[in-house]
Write a protein that binds this ligand. Structure first.
Ligand code: 9MR
Length: 369
């Protein structure tokens, strides 16, 4: 049986077909807009590329979403591939789409140690740059990028994933940290604020449900706040798996982050049908199965319901919920950690139709105070 038809009895199905004459049973008019359902609670966002906003997925965006994040084209290596060259056309087209459709635009990301351009850490003769030069390059980069989109980007991920997953280590060892020491963090927030004083500034990280990692995130942002550094919010990525996400952990996570008093954005939400893995690896025979089984889909429906019941509970702290990609037609998880292994982590299926998980999410709006 097609997975989309499960749970619908035969008689209900006949009624639906008579009513809507639509084999999928879901006429476009009967499907509520996600962003309308959650209006006045939080924004509903998706990460996008300059291409997919103009594909069929763009229609899903226009109906259900009111915030966009560039999945890749604003990262340092893409937007600033050479010392004096910026690639503006991709981000400009996303900005134009956001404007044309009355959507917000989240900036991702000013500083991240991944997807950095090769030239950034090197002198022209190949030696490692000095601390002063690297800081100067960071400053120029931030002023150029945040300056160009001043007034168009409402919130920036200023720093992405600087904290270690190793419980015994605070910061991840990155070229930024090795060359500049932790003081670069404070500086990049101050520069971002100067470049665009109205943008909300975020620290963004994953594995936020892990109590040790969470403590580090809270400690770092609290220290920055106490020093008067302009940081307004914490981005909780939310790359979760149906095999490991636990309600008690999510509850504790949101409670702790809400207690900081900072704005919370869920920045990269998806719920994988595969167990999470920290490293890329080759495909194995056991990966060649369809993970979108009834059991997995049922689990995903229930967990999406649970996740949004928590978001609704903490809606006073949460300003935006952004999904990482739009529909199951394409997800970064189709490539990671196993290239070519299909995942189905989102609320819309590969045919761009709402999944049962979508309805579970919509149901949570009933629980508004
Ligand atoms: O989805 C992004 C993927 O297309 C890129 O190849 C990858 C590597 O740069 O980055 C992915 O997005 C990441 C995001 O920028 C930061 N948090 C983790 C996301 C998934 O890796």
């Amino acid at each position: 049986m097609d997975i989309h038809l499960r749970k619908v009895s035969l008689s209900a199905w006949i009624v639906l077909i008579l009513l809507f004459g639509n084999a999928s049973g879901q006429s476009a008019d009967t499907i509520p807009s996600l962003r309308e359902v959650f209006r006045n609670k939080f924004l509903i966002g998706a990460s996008v590329s300059p291409t997919n906003i103009h594909s069929a997925e763009g229609e899903v965006l226009k109906k259900h979403f009111n915030s966009l994040t560039a999945e890749n084209v604003m990262k340092m290596g893409v937007i600033h591939p050479e010392p004096n060259r910026y690639a503006w056309s991709g981000p400009d087209s996303i900005a134009a789409f956001a404007r044309a459709h009355g959507m917000k635009f989240r900036g991702h990301t000013l500083v991240w140690h991944k997807q950095t351009p090769n030239w950034l850490f090197r002198e022209s003769d190949g030696r490692t740059v000095s601390k002063e030069k690297l800081l100067q390059r960071l400053k120029e980069h931030i002023f150029a990028v945040a300056g160009r989109y001043r007034g168009q980007i409402y919130a920036w991920d200023v720093l992405n994933e600087a904290l270690s997953d190793d419980p015994g280590t605070f910061y991840t060892r990155t070229p930024f940290m090795e060359i500049c020491g932790e003081e670069f963090i404070e500086k990049i927030f101050r520069w971002a604020h100067e470049a665009d004083p109205n943008a909300l500034l975020f620290y963004n990280d994953y594995r936020e449900t892990d109590p040790v990692k969470r403590k580090k995130i809270i400690e770092m942002v609290t220290r920055l706040r106490d020093k008067g550094v302009p940081i307004h919010g914490i981005g909780l990525q939310g790359h979760w798996s149906i095999h490991s996400l636990r309600e008690d952990e999510l509850e504790a996570c949101l409670k702790d982050f809400a207690a900081t008093g900072l704005i919370l954005h869920i920045t990269e939400l998806d719920l994988s049908l595969w167990p999470g893995e920290p490293e890329r690896r080759e495909i194995r025979p056991e990966d060649n199965v369809n993970a979108y089984t009834m059991a997995n889909a049922n689990r995903q429906d229930a967990l999406y319901g649970m996740i949004f019941s928590k978001f609704v509970k903490y809606a006073d702290a949460i300003q935006a919920v952004t999904f990482w990609n739009i529909t199951d037609r394409h997800s970064w998880l189709d490539e990671w950690p196993v290239r070519g292994r299909k995942d189905h982590p989102l609320l819309f299926d590969a045919n761009l139709q709402p999944k049962f998980a979508f309805w579970k999410v919509v149901e949570q709006a009933r629980n508004y105070k």
